[in-house]
Design a protein around this ligand. Structure first.
Ligand SMILES: Nc1ncnc2c1ncn2[C@@H]1O[C@H](COP(=O)(O)OP(=O)(O)OP(=O)(O)O)[C@@H](O)[C@H]1O
Ligand SMILES: [Mg+2]
Length: 266
């Protein structure tokens, strides 16, 4: 469980980046964190991972204040995938990259190998285990970031814009995988994204930040099909919501929309 209580944060004195944020993310949720560029999404998740600490307020992970913690203390609870995959790369092979977390945790070599093999297989990177990470394609680096985050079997995954730079097929595969992790294994997913079609289709809750303030907490359906000023918040309504509103039906994706309209036309 992740909880932000009355959070205020600034990188530099006098310029507030997060203001009075209060939110709780329960185990098993699939939450999209949304907002315009610079609204504070990455900053908020960095606080959950103890990469930074708030100027005031509290961040709780499973009920514990993390003010004295460092990212390594949280690595087996929360897997974090960075917005820029190049920033995450530390090792010389894909295998060693994914092994980094398990090695810091001082797991036995057998456990390290098992954890890494499983994570690589899940992200379809097994054949690239001995490759140099920086030479991977952008999409492969994204998957490598997710594999590294998965390697310690965390119960929460925070993913910062991981569908950027991926084609439709890669994106769909990644999202189906995250959905299965969430539904079958109960992994909590916090997804930062600018892709509203992904939000409408996969997320069950949306949090919206604007200029460091929380302006919405509810379902994607309410967000996009209600009367909220989503465009003013820098969000684009997903195609399925635009079509659904025009035809006065409800649909979370274009496939569902077509099926509903076809059924009603009969
Ligand atoms: N290391 C830093 N030092 C100073 N200011 C920063 C730093 N990182 C971010 N900021 C500023 O903090 C604000 C919030 O940035 P943040 O990266 O959290 O936004 P974001 O919602 O993730 O944006 P994007 O969608 O572009 O990734 C912005 O005004 C940004 O310029
Ligand atoms: Mg960001």
């Amino acid at each position: 469980m992740l909880e932000a209580k009355n959070i205020n944060f600034s990188y530099r004195r006098g310029i507030p980046v997060l203001q009075d944020i209060n939110c709780k993310i329960n185990d098993g949720e699939f939450v999209a964190l949304l907002g315009h560029n610079g609204s504070g999404k990455t900053t908020l998740t960095r606080l959950f991972m103890a990469l930074d600490h708030p100027r005031s307020g509290q961040i709780l992970v499973d009920g514990n204040d993390i003010v004295k913690m460092e990212p390594a203390d949280l690595a087996d609870k929360i897997g974090y995938v960075f917005q820029n995959p190049d920033l995450q790369i530390l090792a010389d092979t894909v295998f060693e990259e994914v092994a980094y977390g398990p090695r810091v945790k001082k797991l036995t070599e057998d456990s390290v190998k098992k954890q890494v093999d499983d994570a690589l297989e899940a992200m379809e990177l097994t054949d690239l285990a001995q490759s140099y990470p920086r030479l991977l394609s952008f999409g492969q680096k994204r998957r490598l970031g997710v594999a590294s985050a998965l390697a310690l079997g965390p119960k929460t995954l925070i993913l910062d814009e991981i569908t950027n730079g991926q084609d439709q097929a890669e994106k769909a595969k990644m999202m189906e995988y995250l959905q299965a992790l969430n539904e079958k294994h109960g992994v909590t997913i916090v997804l930062i994204t600018h892709d509203m079609d992904v939000v409408r289709r996969y997320a069950r809750r949306a949090l919206v930040l604007t200029d460091g303030k929380q302006v919405f907490d509810g379902t994607p359906k309410d967000l996009f099909e209600g009367s909220y000023p989503v465009e003013n918040w820098g969000l684009r309504r997903p195609l399925a919501s635009v079509l659904a509103a025009a035809f006065q039906v409800s649909a979370s994706n274009c496939h569902e929309f077509c099926a509903t309209v076809a059924k009603e036309a009969k």
